[in-house]
Design a binder for this molecule. Structure first.
Ligand code: NAD
Length: 272
């Protein structure tokens, strides 16, 4: 049974690996024996995660990388190959929303700046597509590999206030299916592409929407989310790990082109 979920000696590239959700994945995957490359625009955050892994005798390398810049991705790929020799798995974790692309009493839909909307769309969608080109090409050449994207609840039905982020994550889910088919038809039946759609986890990208900056209390939006989550709470980053390990291992060998919600029941609940 444990062989089914084996990730020993796999090289896993994690973009946004310095962030809250992906650092939890990185640490857990390293404990499972995988070699982890943490790619992040924030090199300090990436180095901290790599240090944490190395201090528990895991194998990790931190690489400063911008997922929106192909040259930066290519040079990260070279660096990872020179350290680990090969790349087996890509987790497209870099993403997020920003305040300027979010409607509020001070910022109407009609005034949302196109630069902010474009920034959010690019970070989530193009920031998933470009690493899939760069690392996916190596998988196509070697005849095998796995790509895991990070979608969101707002891909299933849009969330209020965040039109750019909702559209971008819907594009990520759509692209997950598209790429899963494309690689099988054109390159290898042994390349799988899936996504997870986390529900609500308190992290830096949504803290300003879900909790009050001064008191730390839940905002009205935060309360609505908890009311619509049958399990009645936010998720913990570690609760993504089991599903991620399933999708990255042979246990999911015949699974490609799916988006798995990890949401405490949020997407199953109509509100009534
Ligand atoms: P986070 O902000 O903690 O992590 C995102 C990381 O991406 C950061 O370390 C950041 O430095 C890095 N990053 C930003 N721009 C980059 C770029 N151009 N190149 C490389 N790295 C870059 O956010 P998180 O909440 O851990 O989110 C991780 C993923 O999960 C994102 O795709 C997010 O959209 C998605 N997600 C989060 C939630 C949630 O509730 N937090 C829910 C659903 C989906």
């Amino acid at each position: 049974m444990s062989d089914l979920f084996k990730l020993q000696d796999k090289t896993i590239v994690i973009t946004g690996g310095g962030g809250v959700l992906c650092s939890a994945m990185a640490v857990a995957l390293a404990k499972a024996g995988a070699r982890i490359a943490i790619l992040d625009l924030d090199e300090v955050a990436a180095a901290e995660v790599a240090d944490e892994i190395q201090s528990s005798r895991g194998l990790a390398v931190a690489v400063k990388c911008d997922v929106l810049n192909k040259e930066s991705l290519e040079s990260a790929k070279e660096e990872i190959n020179s350290v680990f020799g090969k790349i087996d798995i890509l987790i497209n974790g870099a993403g997020g929303n920003k305040k300027e692309a979010t409607t509020s009493p001070d910022l109407s839909f009609f005034d949302l700046p196109s630069e902010a909307l474009q920034f959010v769309f690019n970070l989530n969608f193009i920031g998933t597509l470009l690493p899939s080109q760069v690392f996916g090409k190596e998988m196509a050449e070697s005849g095998g590999g796995i790509i895991l994207n990070i979608s969101s609840m707002c891909a299933f039905s849009p969330l209020t206030k965040i039109p750019g982020y909702s559209a971008a994550k819907a594009a990520v889910s759509n692209f997950t299916q598209w790429l899963a088919v494309h690689v099988c038809q054109n390159y290898s039946k042994d390349i799988r592409v899936n996504a997870i759609a986390p529900g609500f986890f308190l992290t830096e990208q949504n803290r300003f929407l879900l909790t009050d900056e001064k008191t730390g209390e839940l905002t009205a939006r935060g309360k609505t989310i908890i009311d619509h989550t049958p399990m009645g709470r936010f998720g913990q980053p570690e609760e993504l790990v089991g599903t991620v390990m399933w999708l990255l291992s042979d246990a999911a060998k015949f699974v490609t082109g799916i988006v798995v919600p990890i949401d405490g029941g949020f997407s199953a609940f109509s509100g009534v």
